[in-house]
Design a protein around this ligand. Structure first.
Ligand SMILES: Cc1cc2nc3c(=O)[nH]c(=O)nc-3n(C[C@H](O)[C@H](O)[C@H](O)COP(=O)(O)OP(=O)(O)OC[C@H]3O[C@@H](n4cnc5c(N)ncnc54)[C@H](O)[C@@H]3O)c2cc1C
Length: 184
């Protein structure tokens, strides 16, 4: 029976990030992926938005991790030359009744520690983005986009450089755990 320190099941963005972190801590790490390549699941079917952290409940772990993770992601992309753009985002009110909702979002984002949030009049928002049609907008300057496949390739490279191994076309169909780790 083969034994390793850590098994990560799934080579999506989450599995790759975890495997990278484990391998870089010196743990023998194997990623087991059912498909023949990395990132063929949800990680290749998303909008590639780097979220600012506006929508999560105040003081939630999700809110904290989103704000911290966003900054780490931008730093990592910068350091590795991964295509990304801190392009910002407008959340718009198309009627005066919606302005209160925008103000609530503004407050929630600030409570979550999201920087770069600004309430704009419709005129101001449309001046900077002429395609918009709105009566007010919340601008989030820390929202962006990222080439998620390039990001995953970089996580894979880091993992392998630290001694991690990826096994493709290997669906996990059963397993058991013990205090010493998982035995397959
Ligand atoms: C429509 C949509 C849009 C989204 N837009 C965004 C966005 O803009 N920004 C953002 O941050 N997030 C977005 N998300 C969320 C984001 O895509 C996911 O949170 C993320 O991709 C999840 O990654 P994962 O590694 O957990 O899952 P996955 O990418 O699905 O990876 C799981 C992996 O496990 C493998 N696997 C499954 N079962 C087994 C098994 N038994 N044995 C071996 N391998 C197995 C699968 O093949 C797969 O490769 C979006 C999600 C959706 C659905």
């Amino acid at each position: 029976m083969e034994k390793v320190d850590c098994i990560v099941i799934g080579a999506g963005v989450v599995g790759l990030a975890i495997a990278r972190a484990l391998a870089q801590r010196g743990l023998e790490t194997v990623v087991i992926e059912s498909e023949p390549a990395i990132g063929t699941g949800i990680s290749s079917r998303n909008s590639e938005v780097v979220h600012a952290g506006i929508y999560y409940p105040p003081n939630s772990l999700k809110a904290q991790l989103c704000v911290r993770g966003r900054d780490l992601l931008y730093d990592y992309c910068e350091a590795r030359g991964i295509a990304h753009a801190r392009c910002g985002k407008f959340i718009v009110a198309t009627s005066t009744q919606q302005i209160a909702l925008l103000e609530d979002l503004h407050m929630a984002g600030r409570n979550n520690g999201v920087d770069g949030l600004e309430m704009l009049s419709g005129t101001h928002a449309c001046k900077s983005e002429p395609q918009l049609s709105c009566v007010a907008a919340l601008h989030s300057s820390s929202t962006g986009i990222v080439d998620s496949h390039a990001f995953m390739l970089s996580l894979q490279a880091d993992c392998e450089a630290a001694g991690g191994v990826l096994a493709f076309a290997s669906p996990v169909i059963a397993g058991s755990s013990s205090t010493n780790g998982i035995t397959l």
